[in-house]
Design a protein around this ligand. Structure first.
Ligand code: SF4
Ligand code: SF4
Length: 706
């Protein structure tokens, strides 16, 4: 009876502390602003089954994934044993389920638990060795210094200890069963082999002490672990499920809308406009109160595995930015505020689920305190971290919101970006270029403009959106000319906007200046809708992403395709034919994936298929497709100096291109063209492989129409 009372008190205390911690956790997540996430339930559940339950992203690296799966299964399955322990503890019974289950079934269940317990010990030991003996780079980063590193080790040690207690209990139990002290129940394939032999000579009293000690330490350990779990990185074992369920389903390249800016911009463009009422809210995020509850849930779901940081181009080139640290700092700030609010309550009171929007006085805010400007400006918005995260966390969304506040609330941005914004406002292009020069690339070509066609009452099959790089940059103007030639060769009826085209606003939005983005976007949408445009092709993945995914947020709905997709389609339809002999056939080629085409929008095959149609020998780079390395231009980096680091991102990529030792390099993005051209030139003055857009290779090989 004393044991039962002691157990009930221990259990009650454990549950009370757990409920208290769980409420603190929910309260902390609710520090964030409201964000409605609903709809597409079937798709969300599929994502939960695939990513959270099936751990699909982990299996990119099968060996660690296998060990992780064992620990995960061990945690989930062995903890069902707790139910029996709870009933035994409260009712004073011993292995109560053995009275209700058939002998063989009960035996089988215990055997499975034992095998998983051994597997968990081995897997946890492997993880400890990886972290502390092999010292894998992603576990040695300075962002894990201090508590995070100790937390990770402690969790693995606790898991080993819990499994050792469990096997000790079973090993002693088996011997007690053989001596008739307990009725026969269960199969013990692991403990009878590993533990029981060590206790063979013990007295029955000694065995009872070992069995009871194992039992108590296991259950008290589980209760303690449950409470510790809430404040450790291991919380992902629970939160990964809701976090994946509520993850973004939009294309990764799409940035969230800011309706609170739209009204201001509409009134700026037309003071008499009937603009919808603004729904308030701050411009971006200065602190955790301005982030959404989902972004805060992301922070609590982070496993600190560092997969994001290990693929982050900024981090790989020595910049201060680590997406893992962005998540950890967001969580630290939440907890600082939570602890402050808890201090106002006695320990035995449960906290309210409605948090106050109140931070400790004089504490550093998230923006500028926990997370520095240098970190924020190092991001290329390449989405590699988002792609890589095994539990669908989005560090980029937090970086983007902090940048927005930095620019729109505090007017702080690198000088080059201030200049870029002013160029966008005044010239409709990120450089100091005049609109009248937009069509210079077509000087000696016959290229119809929308204005001319509209005047003739004609509507083209497709609008060719040239983009700023394709219009003004000397190297990319050649790509534009090549594409225009291919459209003509295929007999496509197309037109350009010419001097009426403005920047899509992509660099302004990525630089945090939503006002300039929306100003340009609304002007462009008005123009496109005025011409009744339905279909757009562009050679720029940044324009492609913005027109396709972000203009619908502001009322611009178009079918947008990337030039590589159109060219692939024209080849398949026979509207473009490749000559029997051409200069590129049989040449080996490395294709560099553009982040905004690939990860941003899932277009991987089209450019490759164009190269294959050219009968070029495609060699995949070490980092390609979903794992492709950024060129360093995205997120408005193209228009500013890189943050301090060990080397430039384009040089890192140029190294990889040269290591591939191909006879040619292909891109499908004007930004990648500029960055890689620069990176390659700095790597080797002589003997560089030619760097061209897929459209240029095709233009050299295509048969002219009869
Ligand atoms: S988006 Fe790219 S550059 Fe930015 S944090 Fe993620 S991986 Fe790093
Ligand atoms: S954000 Fe995702 S990938 Fe990055 S450390 Fe956290 S769990 Fe790992």
């Amino acid at each position: 009876m004393i044991q039962q009372i002691a157990f009930a008190v221990t259990l009650g205390l454990g549950i009370f502390l757990f409920v208290r911690s769980a409420r603190q956790l929910i309260r902390n997540i609710r520090l964030g602003r409201h964000e409605a996430i609903n709809g597409q339930r079937a798709r969300r559940w599929r994502e939960v089954v695939r990513v959270a339950l099936g751990q699909s992203k982990m299996f990119v690296r099968p060996i660690p994934a296998f060990f992780h799966l064992i620990i995960y299964a061990g945690f989930l399955i062995i903890n069902t044993e707790i139910l029996e322990i709870l009933i035994d503890g409260l009712a004073g019974t011993h292995r109560v389920f053995s009275y209700f289950f058939p002998e063989s079934l009960y035996g089988f269940i215990i055997a499975v638990y034992e095998v998983l317990a051994l597997g968990t010990i081995v897997a946890a030991a492997v993880f400890l060795i990886r972290r502390h003996v092999l010292r894998l780079p992603r576990f040695t980063g300075s962002d894990l210094d201090g508590w995070p590193r100790r937390d990770a080790a402690l969790i693995l040690l606790i898991e080993i200890a819990l499994m050792v207690f469990f096997l000790t209990m079973n090993g002693a139990d088996r011997l007690l069963q053989q001596r008739g002290h307990y009725p026969e129940a269960g199969w013990f394939p692991v403990s009878s082999w590993l533990v029981s032999p060590l206790m063979e000579g013990w007295s029955t009293a000694g065995l009872l002490v070992a069995e009871r000690a194992g039992w108590w330490l296991h259950i008290v350990g589980v209760l303690a672990f449950l409470n510790y779990l809430i404040w450790s990185k291991h919380l992902h074992i629970i939160l990964s499920f809701p976090n994946v369920y509520y993850s973004r389903l939009e294309p990764q390249g799409e940035m969230t809308a800011m309706p609170q800016v739209t009204r201001e911009v509409q009134l700026m463009l037309n003071p008499n406009a009937e603009a919808p009422a603004a729904n308030g809210g701050s411009f971006g995020a200065k602190d955790v109160f301005d982030l959404s509850w989902k972004q805060l849930l992301d922070a609590y779901s982070c496993t600190e595995c560092g997969r994001c940081t290990s693929v982050c181009p900024a981090s790989l080139t020595g910049k201060k930015l680590s997406p893992r640290l962005i998540m950890m700092k967001t969580r630290d700030r939440m907890e600082e505020i939570g602890r402050y609010q808890d201090r106002q309550l006695p320990w035995y009171r449960l906290p309210s689920l409605q948090p106050l929007r109140e931070a400790p006085p004089d504490s550093p805010p998230l923006l500028g305190g926990y997370i520095t400007e240098e970190e924020l400006w190092a991001c290329t918005t390449c989405n590699a971290c988002v792609q890589e995260c095994p539990v669908n966390i989005n560090p980029l969304a937090i970086i983007a919101d902090l940048r927005r506040a930095l620019v729109m609330e505090e007017a702080r941005m690198p000088a080059e970006l201030t200049q870029m914004s002013s160029n966008l406002e005044n010239n409709g292009a990120p450089w100091q270029m005049g609109q009248q020069d937009r069509l210079n690339w077509a000087e000696d070509l016959i290229v119809p403009t929308m204005a001319e066609m509209a005047a003739r009452g004609e509507v083209p099959e497709v609008l060719f959106w040239v983009g700023c790089s394709g219009s003004f940059d000397e190297r990319n103007k050649k790509v534009t000319r090549a594409l225009a030639g291919l459209l003509s060769a295929a007999g496509i009826s197309y037109a350009v906007l010419g001097t009426e085209e403005n920047c899509t606003g992509d660099p302004a939005r990525r630089a945090g200046n939503e006002f300039v983005f929306q100003m340009l976007a609304l002007q462009n949408i008005q123009l496109l809708n005025g011409y009744g445009i339905k279909k757009i092709v562009t050679a720029c993945p940044h324009c492609f992403n913005t027109l396709r995914n972000e203009y619908p947020q502001l009322g611009g709905q178009y079918e947008v395709i990337h030039h590589s997709e159109l060219l692939q389609q024209l080849l398949l339809e026979g509207r473009l034919r490749i000559r029997e002999e051409h200069p590129w056939q049989g040449r080996s080629v490395a294709y560099h994936d553009s982040c905004y085409l690939g990860r941003g929008n899932g277009v991987y095959e089209a450019p490759r298929q164009v190269l294959e149609q050219l009968r070029m020998e495609l060699k995949e780079l070490k980092r390609c497709r979903q794992n492709g390395l950024c060129c360093g231009a995205g997120g408005a980096q193209m228009f500013k100096e890189e943050e301090r680091g060990t080397h430039r991102i384009n040089r890192e990529r140029a190294d990889e291109l040269l290591q591939a030792r191909t006879e040619a390099v292909a891109v499908a993005c004007p930004f990648c063209m500029t960055m890689l051209d620069d990176g390659l030139r700095q790597k080797a003055e002589n003997g560089l492989p030619p760097l061209r857009d897929v459209a240029e290779y095709l233009a050299d090989a295509v048969a002219q129409p009869q």
